[in-house]
Design a protein around this ligand. Structure first.
Ligand SMILES: [Zn+2]
Length: 84
């Protein structure tokens, strides 16, 4: 078993890093140390669980949404700043 019961769903790491979106990814295959996930945007990726998570990976905590909102605002401001 890799991530256990709380690892059934996680935030898609590819949606997060490519478009700063919190998208749910479902586990499609459970391995001995790595679980494999797929999201509705066609991404698939593996997660190596050193230890099973203590809380479900989905929904993301409120502070994750808050931090992401701050990050998006900062990036938007930087982009605006780059224009002449
Ligand atoms: Zn995705």
């Amino acid at each position: 078993m890799a991530g256990g019961q709380h690892a059934q769903t996680v935030v898609c790491s590819l949606c997060l890093t490519s478009s700063f979106k919190l998208v749910k990814a479902e586990r499609v295959e459970e391995g001995s140390s790595t679980d494999y996930y797929a999201c509705s945007h066609g991404h698939s990726f593996g997660v190596d669980w050193d230890a099973p998570p203590e809380v479900p990976g989905w929904p993301p905590p409120e502070r994750a949404r808050h931090m992401l909102a701050l990050l998006k605002r900062r990036l938007a401001n930087e982009r605006r700043g780059e224009r002449p």
